[in-house]
Design a protein around this ligand. Structure first.
Ligand code: HEM
Length: 421
């Protein structure tokens, strides 16, 4: 480990200042304590892994289990990790909380229903949703991009894709809102929202099973899942509900924050943004695709990957990790590692060597990455085309970041532009 210079003290993690800009603290950790045992705000002790090479290795290491229930001494068992209350058992069976062979079986099953073809066919609907949301505030010349745009877009999109009827989608918007609002705070609101969602999904799955029609191209995802399970693969009712739940929520707050953090970064980098706008005016979408990847590397929505637990003693980056101990891979730190990325703190939309970890790595690599890319490219491209002089309406220092452990995102993003009228 390099010697620590006296004038750079160890940063304090998880304060409000840290939430606003965690990158200097991550740079310190990468340099001085790349695998560091630390106490989280919840009181749980966990290892933070911050270097790219260690992070990539840890994400794919089969000795790090995703199933918190197998570790009776783990933080999860003490009720400090994940979803609280009696809902936990039911929703445990989702992809991010299980290991092979169950993970392999369930991932194969959902992959049959959640195909790149299905996502590509969904592009016109995402464009329509994006335009409708902008139509609602364009004349006003100002909006909060989080609440009026980045938040509703993915929730309506994933509800449509799953096959939640339109008339029920505003309920989901409310439940999702209360999950985000209570995310890092009191657990009661989350537990209530989860309970409602669980009951709703159980009923929806039941209804869809009853009315499953002939195999058709425009079938929704939940019906696709039921059909895949009816074709011989085994999927319990709980697993189906947990799958629908993880698709809703893994794909929701992440996308909100990719659009939010991404637009914020563009608004603060006028040269990069002008370049992207020029390309879009010329009908060239390539920079948009590369640019969204760079926005994800530069300030992605998943700051820290979800919980992992050592199933046996192992060594990461020279540190001994004991059996049962939790390991958190800090994607945001790994994606700014100068050992892997040239000028990592510079936003460069034309960056080519950009194998970031924003969608994770290994068997839990983001299942929804094609949908996330479609939504973020459509959202950011359309905003820049339709509101070409969009700008921040407040000083950056006045913006507040959410303080959660795993997600990184803004509470609000007030913007303004010259309205057409
Ligand atoms: C897993 C990021 C959008 C569904 C993951 C993981 C990351 C991630 C980092 C791995 C976590 C870990 O290993 O601990 C993102 C980002 C998104 C996004 C940055 C958007 C900007 C979506 C969308 C969906 C989705 C739109 C679905 C509709 C999933 C699922 C998993 C996952 C199901 C678990 C996969 C598994 O365990 O096999 N995502 N995600 N994600 N994501 Fe995404």
């Amino acid at each position: 480990m390099p010697e620590q210079p006296r004038d750079v003290p160890e940063p304090t993690l998880f304060t409000w200042e840290f939430a606003a800009d965690p990158y200097p603290a991550y740079a310190w950790l990468r340099e001085h304590a790349p695998v560091r045992r630390t106490t989280l705000p919840s009181g749980v002790e966990a290892w933070l892994v911050t270097r790219y090479a260690d992070a990539r290795q840890a994400l794919a290491d089969p000795r790090l289990s995703k199933n918190p229930q197998t570790h009776s001494e783990s933080a999860h068992a003490r009720g400090k990790v994940g979803i609280p209350g009696e809902q936990r058992a039911d929703l445990m069976t989702h992809l991010l909380n299980i290991d092979p062979p169950d993970h392999t079986r369930l991932r194969r099953l959902v992959s049959k229903a959640f195909t790149p073809r299905r996502v590509a066919a969904f592009a016109p609907r995402v464009r329509e949703l994006t335009d409708q949301l902008i139509d609602a505030f364009e004349e006003r010349g100002e909006a909060d991009l989080i609440h009026e745009f980045a938040f509703p877009l993915p929730i309506y999109a994933i509800c449509d894709l799953l096959g939640v009827p339109r008339e029920d989608q505003d309920d989901f918007r409310d439940w999702a809102g209360s999950m985000i609002r209570h995310g890092g705070g009191p657990r009661g609101g989350v537990a209530r929202a989860v309970k409602r969602i669980r009951a709703y999904l159980a009923e929806l799955i039941h209804r869809k099973r009853e009315t499953l029609g002939a195999e058709g191209a425009d079938e929704d995802l939940i019906s696709g899942l039921i059909r895949a399970s009816d074709h011989g693969e085994h999927l319990t009712e709980n697993e189906a509900a947990a799958m629908a739940f993880i698709l809703l929520f893994a794909g929701f707050e992440t996308t909100v924050n990719l659009i939010g953090n991404g637009m914020y970064a563009l608004l603060r980098h006028p040269v990069q943004r002008a370049r992207l706008q020029r390309a879009l005016e010329e009908g060239d979408e390539r920079l948009l695709a590369a640019g969204v990847e760079e926005l994800l590397r530069y300030d992605g929505p998943v700051e820290i990957a979800t919980w992992r637990f050592a199933t046996e003693p192992l060594t990461i980056g020279g540190e001994r990790i004991a059996e049962g101990e939790p390991v958190l891979v800090v994607l945001a730190a790994a994606d700014r590692d100068p050992e892997r990325f040239r000028d990592p703190d510079v936003l460069d939309l034309t960056r080519t060597d950009n194998q970031h970890l924003g969608y994770g790595h290994g068997i839990h690599y983001c299942l929804g990455a094609p949908l996330a890319r479609l939504e973020a490219q459509t959202a950011i491209g359309t905003l820049l085309r339709r509101l070409p002089d969009i700008r921040l309406a407040v000083d950056s220092d006045d913006l507040r970041w959410r303080g959660g452990l795993i997600m990184r995102g803004l509470r609000t993003l007030p913007v303004t532009w010259s309205s057409p009228g």
